[in-house]
Design a protein around this ligand. Sequence first.
Ligand code: DQA
Length: 148
Amino acid sequence: MTSVLILNGPNLNLLGQRQPQVYGRTTLDEVAGMCRTAAERLGVDIVFEQSNHEGTMIDLIHATRGRHQGLILNAGAYTHTSIALMDAISSSEVPTIELHLSNVHAREDFRHRSYIAKVALGVICGFGPRGYVLALEAMAAHLLEDRS
Ligand code: DQA
């Protein structure tokens, strides 16, 4: 079955407690549950991961080769700084959707730059936890429907 890695970066383990006025009160476990329900409906397998470490995230992106057909990436603050994550996506050639809970373009200037967007199929931001479901729908459409 088509498999998608949903990878969350630094500080996202604190979702639900961290700046709830920006990121809401839904926890990462609850987001994972929403993704599992959506994945079942869409007919894709998912693996849901979180790491606070750039190197671990790079290893997980490399390991998509031969294992996952798509990557949904909320790289947190590494989005705005990490050429290494961008290179990992390019090297793995895995179709990637960049995702953010908040609308990064309505926030501080330093959040307007994204290294991930340069190598992504597309970007979803500003829809809170629902963005994960939207990203899965977009990825499933790309991998399953757009093939014909
Ligand atoms: C975030 C936005 C980033 O700018 C921030 O550093 C995060 C979370 C989001 O999901 O809105 O950690 O990726």
